[in-house]
Design a protein around this ligand. Sequence first.
Ligand code: HEM
Length: 150
Amino acid sequence: MTIGALAAVYPWTKSLHVISLIAWMAGVFYLPRLFVYHCDVPRGSIESERFKVMERRLLKQIMLPAMLSTWLFGILLVLTPGVIDWHAGWWHLKLLCVLLLTGFQGAMGKWRRDFLEDRNRRPQRFYRIANEVPTVLMVVIVIMVIVKPF
Ligand code: HEM
């Protein structure tokens, strides 16, 4: 199913999609780094309370709206005539990676609540490794949408 009127605004929809995903990715890359630094400070300290504020603002005021608008403009692109070939492999792999990225954000929401309630038990190493996950997903997504190798 496509919507004919979307063809006329295709470059605008794609621009807004890319603007939104840059904001989303900035947050997705930075929040696990904040968790890495948060592991270093004692529970109940002023620094810990400051990290809690930074983590809440980043997640709720930047990452959540940016994720929603990436999805919104991505779905509008899907509904634009001639953009998606439903049999193309690249599209399925991109969609899988985007779903994983969305799930990763859900996991980060849980980790943030653990820090908020001073009950994080995960070691710093966990967040260092988690930090690499969105990088790998982003690289695969960009190659899929631009190179479209299969
Ligand atoms: C959230 C769900 C998403 C949906 C439904 C979606 C869907 C789409 C669609 C249909 C296109 C147009 C493809 C074309 O014109 O050939 C597109 C373009 C693009 N998407 Fe997404 N996308 C999503 C998320 C993302 C994410 C998370 C990234 C990067 C990390 C991304 C990166 C891109 C890029 C770079 C383009 C432009 C490709 C070009 O220049 O033609 N998308 N997206």
